[in-house]
Design a protein around this ligand. Structure first.
Ligand code: KG4
Ligand code: ZN
Length: 345
């Protein structure tokens, strides 16, 4: 089944064409260069850039897939969670296209999309996701442990009480003067740092529940950077200090994910697979640690095939549409679909 997916939930304008779980094209136009100078995404600007790019991105996705409108059988579009003005651009376009080409329209939860990114097939690679599964979703706005009984039957086991891990990475990058988006940059610095050089607390380690919290750690990093700068007579931190702070932050932040995931697996022994998704799933150290967690539980870790499938993209939305249809989802009328910025799983 050929599905066109659209995602404009945040700062990427993305359109993809998928055949079942197989990606035919996945075009992502990032707004990073516009938001960079502000050190983060400026919500009211997102809509303008999505509007400017959406038609060209749709066109490119069709051309690269080798398909035309005659081949497309359904449209899947993100309706939440995300920034309201940004979501509206993708939704409005999906409504128009659904009417123009008489195509069924499926509204998709962006976080279900991230879960679907683990099912996405690229080239000849096969992702054999056995359900039920435990999913760990770590993005710029979410940190969640989700029980996946079937696709669409999700139950939240734990979530962040304040900041998401991706957001904490971005804030730490800013404190260290590394730029935006910061996750990848902090991870890179951490590679050559000493994670035991400073003492930072592992967040929520002693709490019995499966929730996360990263604001305390963020504050601890801020205090540490101030202390280090004071020690340098208020000059910038040395490169070695930046490497070590990055490594220490990443070490305790990931330790918290590992501890909670192990706890969740104990509460959900039926899980046959551990799924890892969201922008932070691109982190090599996180994948390494979770692979070990899965191995210890006698199950397999499945994460998206590449970086582009970890961060926001429309292939995961098209595949979420396909998996929902397989589970019996019904299309909605274009006029009935509305954005839901605070939607949860
Ligand atoms: O899923 P995503 O594209 O957007 C949301 O839906 O929020 O996630 C973006 C987040 C950003 O915070 C970014 O810094 C983080 O993912 N990220 C990483 C890495 N690559 C992206 N964090 C840690 N290590 C990485 N390699
Ligand atoms: Zn996302």
């Amino acid at each position: 089944m050929i599905i066109l997916g659209i995602d404009t939930s945040f700062d990427e304008t993305s359109v993809a064409v998928c055949d079942g779980v197989k990606v035919l094209s996945n075009v992502i136009s990032s707004q990073v260069r516009y938001h960079k100078k502000y050190g983060g995404v400026v919500p009211f600007l997102t809509q303008r850039y999505h509007k400017e790019r959406i038609d060209a991105v749709i066109e490119q996705a069709l051309v690269r897939s080798g398909k035309t409108w005659k081949d497309i059988e359904a449209i899947a579009v993100t309706y939440g969670p995300g920034l309201a003005p940004a979501l509206e651009v993708g939704l409005q376009k999906a409504r128009e296209l659904s009417l123009e080409h008489s195509l069924p329209l499926y509204p998709i939860n962006h976080m279900a999309g991230h879960i679907a990114s683990c099912f996405v097939q690229t080239g000849n690679s096969k992702q054999n996701v056995e359900l039920p599964a435990l999913a760990l979703l770590v993005s710029g706005c979410h940190t969640e442990l989700v029980r996946v009984e079937r696709f669409g039957q999700f139950e939240m086991m734990g979530q962040t009480l304040d900041d998401a891990l991706g957001e904490a990475y971005d804030k730490v990058a800013r404190m260290l003067g590394l730029g935006y988006p910061g996750g990848r940059l902090v991870a890179k610095m951490a590679e050559s740092g000493d994670p035991s050089r400073y003492n930072l607390p592992i967040p929520m380690q002693k709490r019995g529940d499966l929730n996360f919290s990263y604001s305390g750690l963020k504050t601890a990093v801020r205090m540490l950077t101030h202390t280090l700068k004071d020690g340098n007579h208020n000059q910038a931190m040395t490169a070695e200090q930046v490497h070590n702070v990055s490594a220490t932050f990443q070490d305790v932040a990931l330790a918290s994910l590992v501890i909670k995931t192990q706890k969740a697996l104990k509460q959900f022994p039926e899980a046959k697979t551990l799924l890892l998704a969201g922008g932070v799933a691109a982190n090599t150290e996180l994948r390494k640690r979770l692979r070990l967690v899965a191995k210890q539980a006698g199950i397999e870790l499945i994460a998206p095939r590449n970086q582009a499938l970890c961060t926001d993209n429309a292939a995961m939305i098209a595949v979420a549409g396909y998996l929902s249809i397989q589970e019996g989802a019904q299309p909605v009328k274009p006029e009935e679909i509305d954005r839901d910025p605070n939607l949860s799983l």
